[in-house]
Design a protein around this ligand. Structure first.
Ligand code: PRP
Ligand code: URA
Length: 211
C-alpha cells in the first residue's frame, strides 16, 4: 500500500464510533445512525482541499471580507445498497451536492461486481465526485464504480469508505492511482469469503436490517 493516495482519518471520535459499529450486538438503529455520523466525519477530511474565495459580509460590528466556498460543482455517488447509509452524512456537510447512484452487488461465488442500476446528474462530467461505500474489500465494486465514473467523463474522483482491506486499497491504487482513498481504518485482511477481518460483517445487511 502506498501512502500518497491513502488517507486513514485518525480521530478519537471516529475510532470510538467505528468500534461500536464492529460490535455484533449493536442494533440496526444505532448502526445506521453511526454510519451517518462517521460519514460526516470522513467528509470533513475528504473535502479538506475544497477551494475557497472571499466575500464581503457585514457582521453586527462592521464590514469585513471572509472565506466562502468557491462553489465548485460536487456530487456524491453511493454504491447501492450499503453506500446509501453514508449519503445523509455527506449531505449534512455539503448540502448543495447532487447525488448519483450506482447499483452493484458482489456475486457471492465469484466476488465480481454485477451492475444493476445507474442514474447520474446530467452534468456529472463537470462535477467533483465522491464515491461512497462502507466497505472496500477486494476492491472489485469500487474499482468498477470508479471506471463507470471515468466513462462518464469525470476527472476528479475520490473514494470514501468506513473500512478497507489492504487487498482493496492495493487494487484501487494499481487500477486507479489518480483516485485518493479516505477511510476510517485499514483492517488486517480478507477471509476466504471476501469479508474484511476483523471488519464489521455485511454492511448492507446491518444498515438495512436484512440479516
Ligand atoms: C458490499 C459493500 C461493497 C462491496 C465490497 O456490497 O457495500 O459494495 O460489498 O466488496 P468488494 O470490495 O469485494 O467489491 P454488497 O455486494 O454486499 O451489496 P449490498 O451493498 O447490496 O449489501
Ligand atoms: N462487504 C461487506 O459488507 N462486508 C465485508 O466485510 C466485505 C464486503
Amino acid at each position: 500500500m502506498k501512502k500518497d493516495t491513502l488517507h486513514v482519518v485518525s480521530h478519537p471520535l471516529l475510532a470510538h464510533k467505528l468500534t461500536i459499529l464492529r460490535d455484533k450486538n449493536t442494533s440496526t438503529k444505532d448502526f445506521r445512525e453511526l454510519v451517518s455520523e462517521i460519514g460526516m466525519l470522513l467528509t470533513y477530511e475528504a473535502t479538506r482541499d475544497l477551494p475557497l474565495t472571499e466575500r464581503e459580509v457585514e457582521t453586527p460590528i462592521c464590514k469585513t471580507t471572509a472565506p466562502t466556498l468557491m462553489g465548485k460543482k460536487f456530487a456524491v455517488v453511493p454504491i447501492l445498497r450499503a453506500g446509501l447509509g453514508l449519503v445523509d452524512g455527506v449531505l449534512r456537510m455539503v448540502p448543495s451536492a447532487r447525488v448519483g447512484h450506482i447499483g452493484l452487488y458482489r456475486d457471492e461465488e465469484t466476488l465480481e461486481p454485477v451492475k444493476y442500476f445507474c442514474k447520474m446528474p446530467k452534468d456529472i462530467a463537470q462535477r467533483d465526485v465522491l464515491i461512497v461505500d462502507p466497505m472496500l474489500a477486494t476492491g472489485g465494486s469500487a474499482a468498477a464504480a470508479i471506471g463507470f465514473m471515468k466513462d462518464f467523463g469525470c476527472k476528479r474522483i475520490k473514494l470514501m469508505v468506513l473500512l478497507a482491506a489492504p487487498e482493496g486499497v492495493q487494487r484501487i491504487q494499481t487500477e486507479h492511482p489518480d483516485v485518493p482513498i479516505y477511510c476510517g481504518a485499514v483492517d488486517d485482511r480478507l477471509n476466504e469469503r471476501g469479508y474484511i477481518v476483523p471488519g464489521l460483517g455485511d454492511a448492507g445487511d446491518r444498515i438495512f436490517g436484512t440479516m
